[in-house]
Ligand binder design. Sequence first.
Ligand code: S3P
Length: 188
Amino acid sequence: MTPAMQAEPTTQTPPLPLQHLQRITLTGFMGAGKTTIGRLLAERLGWNFLDLDAYLEQRTGNTIADIFAQHGEQRFRRLESAALVSALGLQHTVLALGGGTPEGLTNRLLLEQTPGTLTVFLDAPFSTLYDRCVLQDIARPVLANVEDAQQRFQQRRPHYLRLAGLTLNTADRTPEQTVQQLLAELSR
Ligand code: S3P
């Protein structure tokens, strides 16, 4: 494995104040903590929580691993995009995206142009993310080959950064600490 990329500190212009937000979307590579942090954040805000992967599985009645295996990644990306359109219509919702959601230009435009939407990038070096994923018992087709996964991480990271109104470094932080930091940033 090549040396891990360093996570960057919080960047970007200040996000919209909380009272103007309808939804917060969490983005980042697999293992970033989007689901765990999203659940905690929604609880603190008294908002709903939606995980895009779980939503897609519910809509299709099929697991992501099965969709990849039976129909391929392209089909998965189309279903993911359709699920995103629907999810972005929800109010007062914390939405955990899939790690690859920002790969598609249409998805990026949707995230940028849906009013009242703040995208938060949960950043960490690839090696940290990979180690976290190995500890989790979740079938992730995109993680089957570590070199490919690292290449995807490097290709996606500029998109994650550009999309985000706020970037948080989650390496060496618990999900609880990240939520605290996020809430502090939002109330500034
Ligand atoms: C993917 C990440 C997964 C899931 C699918 C593809 C990716 O979501 O959407 O397996 O391309 O990085 P998580 O980031 O929630 O694991």
